[in-house]
Design a protein around this ligand. Structure first.
Ligand SMILES: [Zn+2]
Length: 132
């Protein structure tokens, strides 16, 4: 993805706001930060923003429908009341979201329509978190 000029401008404005939140080049005691500290701040912020954006996008990408076709028999199947917690380790950090689960009565199995569309394209296979 290449950022458009207006998107770059807006993100650079946000970077100035983030810099203000973190105190810029100065520590809380007023002494100057080292380059390593400033780099570490930048990496931590980039990872946090990246994973937050990814979590929101993954959640939004879920199909809101109350039914979905079973991948085995193509029968319309109802959505479970409970969503499945999913956790994926990405290059930028851990990303967690709730994934819609459906159940086919004919095949007697639950399935996740987002498999193959949302999930582990790189890195780990996305372990499933235990149910609460
Ligand atoms: Zn089925």
């Amino acid at each position: 993805m290449a950022l458009a000029m207006h998107e770059r401008d807006r993100l650079q404005q946000l970077a100035k706001e983030v810099r203000g939140i973190l105190g810029g080049a100065t520590r809380t005691d007023g002494s100057p930060k080292t380059f390593d500290e400033m780099e570490s701040d930048s990496i931590e912020v980039a990872d946090l923003i990246g994973t937050s954006m990814l979590e929101s996008n993954v959640q939004d990408a879920q199909e809101p429908s109350g039914t979905c076709r079973c991948p085995t028999c193509d029968r319309l199947s109802p959505r479970h009341d409970d969503a499945e917690p999913r956790v994926l380790q990405t290059d930028r950090g851990e990303v967690a979201w709730l994934e819609a689960e459906y159940f086919c009565r004919r095949c007697r199995r639950s399935f996740f329509p987002s498999h193959g569309k949302v999930g582990a394209a790189r890195g780990s296979d996305g372990e499933r978190a235990g149910r609460a």
